[in-house]
Design a protein around this ligand. Sequence first.
Ligand code: ASP
Length: 252
Amino acid sequence: MKIICHGGAGHTPKVQDGVDKAAEEGMKILKETNNPTLAATAATIVMEDDFRFNAGTGSCLRDDGRVQNDAAVATSDGRMGAITNLQDFKNPVLVARELLDEFVTMLAGEGAIEFALKKGFKQSKVKGSEKGWTGDTVGAVAQSSDGKISVASSTGGVRGRPVGRVGDTPLWGSGFYCDENIGILATGVGEAITEQLMCYRVYQYNENLEEALEWGVKLLPKDTGVGIIAIRNDGQIYGTSNTSMPFSIIED
Ligand code: ASP
């Protein structure tokens, strides 16, 4: 059993305790259920509920002061769910998770809100945070004892970007990817990550996970913050960034 969590590329090491807490919660759920989807989402929720992170309650603000969230969940048995521009839900990752068992894989804006309400989630004002840094998605990759992998990711986006902007986080192959071989998540400047189709290209790169992730980070200029975490089905687990990125690994 394994879990790796990150608190966002560019985030201060001062929030390491929050990332550790998320990984501990994820591992606890993994031990109880051996379900990597429940574990990865539980870990992500810990950070969505921690105001210091740019996800859920602490999401950064768009250029008009509004909070709009993106989130994604995917599993090694071939399911995925992503939402973008969701407004005023405390735990967007749970709404994305609901999509795993639907025919539709991705919902945006009004449609995402309608879906969330239909599924029983409560819409209530998420105030967000006016913090000075720009990004800091949160996310987790978990692997069960029988080798199943899931990824979960959640973000308020990048501070000051326009309403309706879609970053990499909900984009398959860019901000997240998962199949029977790998679970992989990116964080950082969403436009640059999307242009590089980051997660899928890193997965395709070569045999060694560490080398692949280090190669991936170098796809972006040094001053464009990016971080990547992943677990492979052969047991390799790794995280790296070209800036500070608090992350936490627990293996059992
Ligand atoms: N990747 C996120 C986005 O561009 C932000 C981040 O990870 O810092 O929306």
